[in-house]
Each structure stands twice: as structure tokens, then as C-alpha cells.
Design a protein around this ligand. Structure first.
Ligand SMILES: *Cc1c(COP(=O)(O)O)cnc(C)c1O
Length: 230
């Protein structure tokens, strides 16, 4: 049965989170789980919501719109975690509470313009391309501080944290140095931005325990919670 299957996944994940927190001397309350629900059906999101996961992340605007309709009775906090195209910005700010993948000035400009028209603000994280991978989005680590400085003039963008998806490694332990670098960048930006800058989103199914040990407070879990994507 679907619910039993998802419950087993959830309990297994929860136990791993508790153990990682214990090793790191952290409290489990510091960790938020985001269900990475791309290519997963609304029924599974609903079940996981009932287990206590309140944040879900989608990668595609159109796919998210359909699912959100089917789940409109639930007060889910929706994050956008994919590559955001400029022509999808208008729709994205209607559908999402937070955008985790701000990765270029062109996108910031479009967001600012659309939000100013509506006289509203949105919370964002800056995506960092921590592995300098040409195929991935994100600001290069050495360009992060100037990028943040540029964003200060955009009055409708509330920059709350950083997000990263490090290179995939067969052995999860090899991802640790990237998480350590992210934590250092996070502290550096925080010293500059102040207390409202508080979120570090990193860690997926294959490496979330290490991400927790290195300071993540939001982990983004797909397959380990939901099972295989459709
Ligand atoms: C799909 C996705 C995840 C989750 O990946 P899993 O390996 O399924 O846990 C996390 N972050 C982003 C940005 C994703 O696109």
C-alpha cells in the first residue's frame, strides 16, 4: 500500500536525520525537510504532508501549477528549486512562496520588475554553483559577494539564504568538502547581510546526513522519500 510504503521511507529518513543531528551536536528542530516532488504525483505529496512535511519543492512551473490545483486545500509552502526562465517569472511569483534558485542578474531584474508591478515582495535564496559545473546553474563562489551587493538595490527581493546542488559522487563522503565550502560562504554572506539571512539549503537523498553535519538547515529530499520518479 502506498501509505505504508511512504511511512516506511519517512521513518527511515527521520531516524537518519536524528542520528546525523546527534553526531553534529545539533537539534532536530533546526532541520527543515523539503519534499522534492518533481515527477511525483499529488497523492504522494498529500500523504507526506500528513506525516508532517510542510514544504515541497518543484522544478517546473507548469508541472507545479497542475499539482498545486489538486492540493489547493493544503497550506503547503511551495519552493521553486529548478532553473527559472525569464518568461516563466510572472507565473512563478504567483505560484511559489519562495524561489531557491536565483542564479543570475538578468533573473533578478525580471523578478524585481514583476514584483514591483504587483507591489509585493518575495523571499529568495541564491543558488551557488559550488562545483563550478558548466551544466549547472548558480553563481560562481568567487562572484557571490559582488552578486549579493548588486541585489541590495532591488527592494522587492528578500534574500534569505543560499542553495546548492554539489557534483554527484559515487561516495557521498566526497561531497563533504563542497558542503564545508558552502557553509563558509554562507557565514561570509551572513556577516554582510545580517540575521534575516539565515537559510542554508543543501543535501539530497544521497548526501543529506553529511549536509546536516556541515550546517544545512533545509534538506531537499526526492527519491528517498517518494520512491522513483515517474
Ligand atoms: C531533484 C532535486 C532534489 C532531490 O533529489 P533526490 O536525489 O531525488 O533526493 C534536490 N534538489 C534539487 C535542486 C533537485 O532538482
Amino acid at each position: 500500500m502506498l501509505e505504508a510504503e511512504l511511512r516506511a521511507n519517512f521513518e527511515q529518513v527521520w531516524e537518519k536525520i536524528e542520528k546525523a543531528c546527534f553526531r553534529a551536536g545539533r537539534k532536530v528542530e533546526e532541520i527543515k525537510i523539503l519534499g522534492a516532488s518533481k515527477k511525483q504525483p499529488p497523492e504522494k505529496i498529500r500523504i507526506l504532508y500528513n506525516f508532517g512535511i510542510k514544504i515541497f519543492g518543484e522544478n517546473y512551473v507548469q508541472e507545479a501549477e497542475k499539482k498545486q490545483k489538486a492540493l489547493s486545500d493544503l497550506p503547503i509552502e511551495w519552493h521553486f528549486i529548478g532553473r527559472l526562465q525569464r518568461n516563466k517569472v510572472k507565473k512563478a511569483i504567483e505560484l511559489f512562496h519562495l524561489i531557491e534558485s536565483l542564479d543570475r542578474l538578468e533573473l533578478a531584474l525580471e523578478l524585481e520588475k514583476r514584483l514591483a508591478e504587483k507591489q509585493r515582495k518575495i523571499s529568495l535564496y541564491i543558488e551557488v554553483n559550488i562545483g563550478y559545473e558548466p551544466t549547472k546553474g548558480g553563481v560562481n563562489p568567487d562572484e557571490l559577494i559582488p552578486f549579493v551587493e548588486n541585489l541590495l538595490e532591488f527592494k522587492h527581493l528578500e534574500i534569505k539564504g543560499l542553495m546548492a546542488l554539489p557534483p554527484y559522487k559515487e561516495r557521498a563522503e566526497e561531497v563533504r568538502p563542497y558542503f564545508i565550502r558552502m557553509r563558509k560562504l554562507f557565514e561570509k554572506v551572513k556577516a554582510f547581510m545580517g540575521e534575516t539571512f539565515s537559510e542554508l539549503s543543501m543535501g539530497t537523498s544521497s548526501d543529506f546526513e553529511i549536509a546536516i553535519e556541515e550546517g544545512a538547515n533545509l534538506i531537499r529530499l526526492g527519491t528517498i522519500l517518494f520512491g522513483k520518479r515517474e
